[in-house]
Design a protein around this ligand. Structure first.
Ligand SMILES: [Zn+2]
Length: 122
């Protein structure tokens, strides 16, 4: 079983990776925009592909930002001394769950409840 220190190290590692990928994505988007400006007579098909690529990049960026927020949030809980506690019921989050997903903020029970209520609302 992973120790708290190992989980923290993993979170920090993951966070650094997400930041790096966001940085790469941003550089990539910028260069794509520059090349588009350089060729004002692009074909329709190319434009459609570019729009699709941009859409994909934006979706990826959104996902990365979400996980960055989760990871950052989890890391602040180490300092607050609340890491590993469920944010809804206050019980300890299952060690297996933390090992699989160190940024988890809810215990399995509360997560299952949350998923059920989201599914029920739609
Ligand atoms: Zn809970």
């Amino acid at each position: 079983m992973a120790t708290i220190e190992q989980l923290r190290a993993k979170l920090e590692h993951d966070r650094a990776q997400v930041l790096e990928r966001l940085e790469l994505l941003r550089a990539d988007t910028q260069s794509a925009e520059e090349s588009r400006e350089g060729s004002p007579f692009g074909k329709r098909e190319e434009e459609a592909t570019e729009a699709f690529e941009l859409e994909k990049r934006l979706a990826m960026e959104r996902r990365l930002r979400e996980s960055l927020a989760d990871l950052t949030h989890a890391l602040t809980k180490f300092d607050a001394g609340t890491y590993g506690k469920c944010e809804l019921c206050g019980n300890d989050i299952e060690p297996d769950r933390l090992e699989a997903r160190p940024q988890a903020s809810l215990c399995m029970r509360c997560k299952a409840q949350q998923l059920k209520s989201v599914a029920g609302a739609s």
